[in-house]
Structure formats: structure tokens, C-alpha cells
Design a protein around this ligand. Structure first.
Ligand code: SER
Length: 317
């Protein structure tokens, strides 16, 4: 049985990945960690094993890994794209410094390491539609710079030292438990909350801007399946494109209107986040993930919207 440490567990993905991993591998085999105190955690994380941990603290991380006999780490620590532009130096320090730390620990302690990359690893010179698995990567955000460097470092540690590094390039993740913080794709989460609370949303991303998105259940499936994949079948190992749906704000608003007919949307475009969105792909080609480890998403815009509205109506009552 795996013994897993999830770092950055209190974030949007971690707060749902931890209970998901516990349901698969057992409560006692999944340790959550984050910068937060236990008392600051949400209900789901609060229930199980937890360690307050800074990814830049090598000694502390090694101590937790030894304490629980950890053999696999999910590294979800990152400053997202929009907040990264406000704090580029900190973004490099956390996103890359944290990864380098974990790669070294993984090399010495023979751990498997999952690190997500992102659509943010692409840039304006990347082919925009059906973006290939292997293509031009010249991102213009600091987030993207850290993600490309991270992809290359993970490949390097596998090739040079045999560290079992794996990862996917996540699209914008849409979920209803924990809000994302400081990303460019966050509008696609905010819109559901505002549609239910106020019946109106002011969108910071311009009409017609397509980006890849994914519903949380598929995100969790991707994170588990890549770590469970047969290594002999993996030609890429790290940074697989994984796609589920691609839409622009008007398409999302129209889908919400099928459930809330009076929903209205206007725009107040944020130039920073719009600039980032314009530099990212419209849609990724995920055939390598499908071929090498059987990736197949379950949610599209229609069934995701049905579920989001059902869950949020209950939650925001
Ligand atoms: N959701 C992320 C962001 O917008 C992309 O990986 O920054």
C-alpha cells in the first residue's frame, strides 16, 4: 500500500485530492500538509493526518517523510498565474525552489513525485488550437516560466537519477469545495457562485477567449491514474496534456442560463489576466495521455454545469 504525502493540501485541488486518496488508499496512508495551522483547515482535511509544513523547509519535510514512511508525494504547492505577476520573485522561489527541494529529497529517499504542470506552460508562439504534446513552449508569465522549468527538471531527475517523477498539464480546474486563488481561469468558478448568489456576473476575461477547463472529479482521476500508470508504457512521464472541455465566457453563461434563465453577465476586462489568457492555448491535444495511460475525462460543459449548480445551490442556501 502506498504511503502518500500531499503538500499544499489546503488549496483548491488538495482539499479534494486528500479525501479522494484516503478513499482509495486508506485514512492512515495519506498525510496532508500545508502552511496553515490545523485549526485553519476546512472540515474535510481536519479529520485526518495533518502536518504543518513549509515546502522550503528541507529538514521538516524529511522528518515528516520519515515519521510516516512516505513513498509518494503529491506536490500541489504553487503561486498561480495572476498572483505570480504581482510577486514574480516569490513565485520563482516557491514554485521552483519547492520543486528542487522535493526532487532532491525524492532522489535521496527514493520517492515517487507527482508535480502538476499547466496550460500556463505554453505561450503566444505555441500553436493555439489542438496544442500538441511536444511543441514550442515560450511562456510569458512567471508562472509559465516556473512550470516549463519544472517540467524539464522532472524529466532531468528521471533521466539522470531514475527518480519516479510524473505529472500532467492541468487546464483551469472547476470545483465547488475550495475556491482557487489567484489564477487566470478562476472566472469559470466564480461565475457559478455569483450566478447562484446574485444572478449576475461581471467577467474579467473577454468574450471569445477560449481556454481548456476540467471538472474536479476528472482532475482527481488524472492525478491518481498517472501515478498508477504502468511505467513501461510511459514515453513522456511528466507534463502530459490532459483536456476535458474548451469554452469561452459566453458559452459558459449560456449553459448556466439553461438552469438559471434570468442569469446576466457583463464584462470588466482585467488586462493582466486577459494578457495571460491570450497567451495560452485554446485547446490541447491530449492523445499522448489517452494512448500511454488511458486518460479519458467524464465531464463536459453540460454535465459539469448540472452538477455545479446542484451542489452549489445546496451549499449556498
Ligand atoms: N488555473 C491556473 C491559473 O489560472 C492555470 O494552471 O493560473
Amino acid at each position: 500500500m502506498k504511503k502518500i504525502l500531499v503538500m499544499g493540501a489546503a488549496g483548491q485541488i488538495g482539499s479534494e485530492l486528500v479525501p479522494h486518496l484516503r478513499s482509495i488508499y486508506g485514512e492512515q496512508n495519506v498525510v496532508a500538509s500545508d502552511l496553515k495551522e490545523r485549526s485553519e483547515l476546512g472540515d474535510t482535511l481536519n479529520k485526518g493526518l495533518y502536518e504543518k509544513l513549509d515546502i522550503l523547509d528541507t529538514e521538516g519535510t524529511v522528518a515528516v517523510i520519515k515519521k510516516y514512511n512516505i513513498d509518494s508525494v503529491y506536490n500541489l504547492v504553487a503561486l498561480l498565474s495572476s498572483v505570480g505577476e504581482q510577486k514574480p520573485q516569490l513565485s520563482w522561489k516557491i514554485n521552483l525552489g519547492g520543486l528542487v527541494n522535493l526532487l532532491e529529497i525524492s532522489r535521496e529517499m527514493k520517492l515517487a513525485l507527482f508535480t502538476p504542470s499547466s496550460i500556463g506552460a505554453f505561450g503566444p508562439s505555441t500553436p493555439k488550437v489542438n496544442t500538441p504534446q511536444d511543441t514550442i513552449q515560450r511562456p510569458t508569465s512567471i508562472y509559465g516560466v516556473t512550470k516549463v522549468a519544472g517540467e524539464l527538471l522532472c524529466d532531468y531527475y528521471f533521466k539522470k537519477y531514475g527518480v519516479d517523477t510524473r505529472g500532467v498539464r492541468f487546464p483551469g480546474i472547476i470545483s465547488n469545495v475550495t475556491l482557487p486563488g489567484g489564477g487566470t481561469t478562476d472566472y469559470a468558478v466564480d461565475i457559478y457562485y455569483e450566478a447562484i448568489r446574485k444572478g449576475h456576473y461581471t467577467c474579467y476575461i473577454k468574450k471569445g477567449t477560449f481556454m481548456d477547463m476540467m471538472y474536479m472529479p476528472d482532475c482527481l482521476k488524472a492525478a491518481v491514474d498517472i501515478m498508477e500508470a504502468d511505467p513501461s508504457k510511459l514515453k513522456h512521464r511528466n507534463c502530459f496534456n490532459v483536456a476535458a472541455m474548451s469554452f469561452e465566457p459566453e458559452m459558459l453563461a449560456a449553459e448556466i442560463r439553461k438552469h438559471i434563465p434570468s442569469f446576466t453577465m457583463d464584462y470588466n476586462v482585467d488586462p493582466v489576466r486577459q494578457g495571460i489568457a491570450d497567451s495560452w492555448p485554446d485547446s490541447m491535444d491530449d492523445s499522448a495521455a489517452r494512448e500511454e495511460w488511458g486518460w479519458k475525462p467524464e465531464f463536459d460543459l453540460k454535465n459539469m454545469t448540472e452538477d455545479m449548480i446542484k451542489v452549489l445551490k445546496e451549499k449556498l442556501k
